[in-house]
Design a protein around this ligand. Structure first.
Ligand code: SAH
Length: 376
């Protein structure tokens, strides 16, 4: 039987908990006890919330309430320290969430499992990034992306978005804000096509889990009206835009969404976007050999972004089955980067993470094939 978000404490904010408690004849301070148990202690069963009176726990259970923490169904560890989690929800759907440790020992190869405390008691990483999914599948249909091949199954609830983070933090024994965790909403799905649930998740992650908004980045394929809304949010992650092409011809071919909101509209929205102190918009650019990786394309990107407070992250295509594009050589990637740099646009080459376990960008759809194969 499917259960809706109202059955789960995870995903509720303080106000929703206060009214739930009011209906149960309980004082509002119990909301704070629940918030702490769910979002900070990451307890996974109501029976185990020891700060609540026994009879209230029993009543919640009678009312078919549960916390609703999603389950880790599978884990794949890469040689570079990246861990790809398959995370399952109550209705049987699942998404992928990726853990990427950085810094001292973040790269595996010292014989210890990534993320486990090492012998001297210090952690083998000094910061880590969690890549979070926003939908089961995706409707945007970018031609180089494996998730697109799934189509969109459904939106995730706010609780399911937050739940991915909590499940991974539990598994890694990590506690923000003491531990430095960054979030990127760049997993499966288009966050701006699930805008309200995504934004509610952000508020819970900032306010209750304790991860600062400055350590979060959301990436959009370019849902222009939502970029405008996002700029008005009092609490919001940093913005990244998947550019991936330097002119409308190429972009419409690679990303059909460009036929609805073209480059002119997209760049206008970026120029309008109210940036905070020292903030920049990130433009992601997946390099596809012979398609969008010529010097002339780099010059067009430089012209598009001129005068914008921006930076460009270049990603050489992560290839995959069913994807009819090729990865350019490193010389092409460097040539593209230097055109941008010479034009005064900061440009970085992103190194792929977890390619051996299909955790790199665009590769998340391989879950089914890999999860059903016996080797791990
Ligand atoms: N829907 C959002 C977030 C998910 S995609 C968006 O489009 O931004 C996250 C990033 O992965 C995007 O910048 C996308 O262009 C990139 N990406 C997708 N498939 C890729 C592939 N095969 N190789 C490299 N990057 C890819």
């Amino acid at each position: 039987m499917s259960r809706s978000a109202e059955n789960f404490l995870l995903g509720m904010d303080r106000q929703e908990l206060v009214s739930l408690l009011e209906r149960a004849g309980e004082p509002p301070y119990r909301a704070d006890q629940i918030l702490k148990a769910v979002y900070q202690q990451r307890i996974d069963s109501i029976a185990a919330i020891s700060t609540l009176p026994q009879q209230l726990r029993a009543k919640f259970l009678e009312d078919q309430l549960s916390i609703g923490l999603p389950k880790i169904e599978n884990r794949f560890v890469s040689a570079d320290g990246t861990i790809r989690y398959l995370i399952g929800f109550q209705d049987g759907q699942s998404v992928e969430t990726v853990w990427m440790p950085e810094g001292d020992g973040g790269e595996a190869g010292d014989g210890t499992e990534a993320g486990e405390p090492s012998g001297n008691g210090s952690r083998p990483w000094d910061r880590a990034t969690i890549c979070v999914s926003s939908q089961v599948g995706c409707a945007v249909d970018c031609q180089f992306c494996l998730t697109a091949l799934l189509g969109v199954k459904r939106n995730l609830t706010a609780g399911e978005i937050v739940g991915q983070v909590l499940a991974v933090l539990n598994d890694r024994h990590v506690s923000p804000p003491q531990d430095r965790v960054n979030l990127v909403f760049m997993g499966m799905g288009e966050p701006f096509l699930n805008y309200d649930n995504f934004m509610k998740a952000v508020r819970l992650l900032v306010g209750e889990v304790g991860i600062p908004e400055s350590r979060m980045t959301v990436s959009t394929a370019g849902i222009v009206p939502r970029i405008h809304d996002f700029g008005k949010e009092p609490v919001r992650p940093k913005l990244a835009i998947s550019l991936n092409a330097s002119n409308d011809d190429v972009r419409s071919r690679l990303m059909p969404i460009n036929r609805k909101w073209n480059l002119e509209m997209l760049i206008a929205a970026a120029r309008d976007f109210p940036l905070r102190n020292r903030e920049r918009i990130t433009f992601e650019y997946v390099l596809l050999s012979g398609v969008n990786d010529e010097v002339v394309h780099a010059q067009q990107v430089a012209a598009l972004l001129g005068g914008l407070r921006s930076k460009v992250n270049l990603i050489a295509l992560n290839p995959g089955p069913g994807i009819d594009f090729f990865t350019p050589g490193t010389d092409r990637v460097s040539a593209f980067q230097s055109v941008l740099m010479k034009a005064g646009i900061p440009a970085f080459v992103r190194r792929p993470r977890g390619r051996d376990i299909y955790a790199a960008c665009g590769q998340l759809k391989r879950t089914v094939e890999i999860a059903t194969s016996p080797a791990q």
